[in-house]
Design a protein around this ligand. Structure first.
Ligand SMILES: [Zn+2]
Length: 175
């Protein structure tokens, strides 16, 4: 359906969260693939770090930081909606997407995070959920704390044993 809406097809952008980076989201896509420095920081372990670096080296995934005003806008909106468990990386993804939307991009977020999905749809940003692509079969999940960085064998939603913040989950590795 390209050209249907009159929007230029080269103004298409996908914003990738840390799960997308960790899993090596490299299927051929049109448009720009963008992530933030915060996401790369959050994905800083083993294979993930390598993938992130390789992607950057290959210019497949651009690294962009959102303008502060969009970060503030997203922060305020998240608080208003009661989404209080978002990490700096999560906020940066939403802020980037919002910024690209304002710059007239046809933008979507690639994520597996429910809070990001929820806020994105409330902000009118399209979401492409990773877990609906069938690749979750190969993921080993690990619970982690987005506040203090603890990770280990607990269930998402349980309080962090160190700081008490509700735990989130991320893929440990691809099998
Ligand atoms: Zn913690």
């Amino acid at each position: 359906l390209s050209g249907e809406s009159g929007r230029s097809s080269d103004k298409k952008a996908r914003v990738l969260d840390s799960t997308a980076i960790i899993l090596g989201f490299t299927e051929p896509l049109s448009g720009r693939m963008i992530t933030s420095r915060k996401v790369l920081e959050e994905a800083k372990y083993g294979e993930a770090e390598y993938r992130a670096l390789a992607s950057r080296e290959g210019h497949m995934i651009e690294v962009m930081d959102p303008d502060r005003k969009y970060v503030e806008e997203v922060k305020k909106f998240a608080a208003k909606m009661g989404e209080l468990e978002l990490s700096e990386a999560d906020l940066s993804i939403l802020a980037l997407a919002l910024q690209l939307l304002k710059e007239k991009y046809e933008v979507s977020i690639i994520t597996s995070d429910y809070s990001i999905q929820n806020l994105a749809s409330l902000l009118g940003i399209e979401v492409e959920p990773i877990l609906h692509r069938g690749i979750n079969k190969t993921i080993i999940w690990v619970a982690y704390c987005s506040m203090c960085g603890w990770s280990g064998d607990k269930k998402p939603g349980e309080p962090c044993p160190v700081c008490g913040h509700p735990l989130k989950r991320r893929p440990k590795k691809k099998t």
